[in-house]
Ligand binder design. Sequence first.
Ligand code: HPA
Ligand code: MG
Length: 249
Amino acid sequence: SVELDLQTPTIPSKGCSSVRSHRKMSELHKPSTALQIPDNFKGYPLNSFCVPAHYTEDLAEILLPCGLILDRVERLAKDIAIHYEDQSFRALCVLKGGYKFFADLLDRVRQYNRLSGQSSVPFSTDFIRIQSYVDDKSTGNVRVIGLDNLENIRGKNVLIVEDIIDTGRTMVALLEHLKLYEPREVKVASLFVKRTPLSNGYKPDYVGFETPDRFLVGYALDYNERFRDLSHVCVISDTGRKKYANDPM
Ligand code: HPA
Ligand code: MG
């Protein structure tokens, strides 16, 4: 007769489908790349979606309806949550333009934490404002106004959340500034990166959309403080540009 030794565990062969892989999600997951909005993209007509009546003359077209932005933000949140996998991070909102993206992105990280079961990513929130100015030699310089003490980030993982990278000067200067506080790791998520000849070549770690070199407003992006009350990301019209030039709300 044959005796079975039930105490001896079997060693499954590699790739056995019934055995959960011991590799971390972050090693298996491929983060997404920026969604490209081509230069010749004409956008959507204003009357295809709902736009506030006070802006009908001020917008040329809808570049990205709010729903599409949120679907892309969901994927960025997944990429980010999987990157941190069981580590915590401090989310640093660059005000004011970044507030919508920040709120919606972190909502989806919270959702990931509620639903994923196996892993979760604790985070805290900090807020900064940046005044950028350009000195005589055209090098970017920033003054960072922190609402919290930036000493908080020492030794921590930091995720900077920004609305748009245009020339890249502000972000490069901010990253340089944050080095003073010796964070453990700094990642940058920007909803938009503009294709512009004025770019210094800086590329964030997480990008929602790469856009044509046009002035964008809405979803918290402003023009002289206007258009923060617009949900969709739109291209400003010449009328809007003239109407609100040097006329902050
Ligand atoms: N819109 C709003 N704010 C900006 C932009 C833009 O296109 N580029 C840099 N800051
Ligand atoms: Mg901004």
